[in-house]
Design a protein around this ligand. Structure first.
Ligand SMILES: NC(=O)c1ccc[n+]([C@@H]2O[C@H](COP(=O)([O-])OP(=O)(O)OC[C@H]3O[C@@H](n4cnc5c(N)ncnc54)[C@H](O)[C@@H]3O)[C@@H](O)[C@H]2O)c1
Length: 313
């Protein structure tokens, strides 16, 4: 029988790239996406419609019954569905807990029931908060500052508990700032890269929160999808891992690089700082790299692919 892979949040930006990667696996596994389109897009699902073993179930991770159905017979679950926005989590903390904590527990319960071999959680650098120690490594004491970060950390603890208690191999991947093709620039909580690209392409002013000297470690979405597959394929790997490149740029440098690559004459305007924004984010990806995994893209090569996709959607 073919292997079965479940991807929660597979209609989203990262989840759809992971679905692409799973559909390219030579063993033609069954790839099942569970998504309620809270922030995902139908167009992301259409990319794999032609794959013989790709299926999409419209439903929520808050619905234990649906989860139990989609996870029956699954070998791996990649759990990406979540409230993904730090600002939104500050506005709607209870909904954030419902999605990111209770939703994750539902996924783990389904995994336990169906003896799933691997559960991989999409966690976040937000769990490090604003600890001044840089670069961030997995042995730092977590200091999340927002409901988003706190709920991601809760999820990590539950994954570890289900590993200890029930023997499910679990991995939490702490992504830093992910970018790449098909990242939505239109949502109210859109990330910097797609917004800057959209503005630069239109020649409109690029707004930057605060002085723009906040630093970020940008990791290409193809590398994030590859990291998910890597930890699933290596059955013995468990625990938490940073997923990042290990180098940083400031938001101002990012805006300037995008402007240059596009030959855009967009102006840059500084806006009021955003609540909950972390000042410095820079990862030590050494723990994941020590397992043999390497990111393949730096900011420039990833941006070229992203710009290409934005020019020819
Ligand atoms: N993009 C980043 O830079 C980044 C950084 C760190 C962590 N992450 C994490 O990676 C994961 C994917 O993020 P993304 O950037 O692709 O965001 P995204 O919004 O594109 O994807 C999230 C997906 O989850 C779905 N979803 C939300 N609530 C759901 C529910 N109740 N039931 C089923 N599906 C639901 C959405 O519809 C969407 O398709 C998230 O867990 C996010 O917290 C992302």
């Amino acid at each position: 029988m073919n292997q079965k892979i479940v991807i929660t949040g597979g209609a989203g930006f990262i989840g759809s790239h992971l679905a692409d990667a799973c559909c390219r696996l030579p063993e033609t596994p069954e790839v099942l996406v569970l998504d309620n389109l809270r922030s995902g897009r139908r167009a992301n699902l259409e990319r794999n419609q032609a794959h013989p073993n790709f299926r999409w179930v419209e439903g929520s991770i808050c619905d234990q019954e649906v989860l139990d159905q989609v996870c029956a017979g699954a070998d791996w679950i990649f759990h990406l569905a979540a409230m993904i926005s730090v600002p939104e989590s500050l506005i709607r903390p209870r909904e954030c807990v419902e999605l990111n904590v209770n939703g994750t527990l539902n996924v783990l319960e389904a995994a336990r029931k169906h003896k799933v071999k691997k559960v991989v959680l999409s966690s976040s650098a937000a769990i490090y908060g604003d600890d001044p120690e840089l670069p961030k490594h997995e042995k730092l004491r977590p200091a999340p500052q927002t409901p988003y970060g706190i709920t991601k950390l809760d999820g990590e603890y539950y994954l570890e508990m289900y590993r200890r208690e029930y023997g499910i191999s679990t991995v939490s991947l702490r992504y830093f700032n992910v970018f790449g093709p098909h990242q939505d620039p239109t949502s109210q909580y859109a990330a910097a890269v797609p917004i800057f690209i959209k503005k630069a392409l239109a020649g409109e002013t690029i707004g930057i929160f605060g002085d723009g000297l906040q630093t970020r470690d940008f990791v290409f979405v193809g590398d994030v999808a590859a990291a998910n597959l890597w930890v699933a394929q290596n059955a013995d790997l468990h625990g938490v891992f940073n997923v990042a490149t290990g180098s940083t740029v400031t938001i101002l440098e990012l805006a300037e690089t995008i402007r240059e690559l596009l030959g855009s004459d967009s102006q840059i305007q500084h806006l009021a700082p955003r609540p909950g924004d972390i000042r410095a984010s820079w990862s030590d990806p050494g723990k994941l790299f020590a397992t043999g995994f390497r990111t393949k893209f730096d900011l420039a090569s990833g941006l070229r692919l992203t710009l290409e996709a934005a020019r020819h959607p």
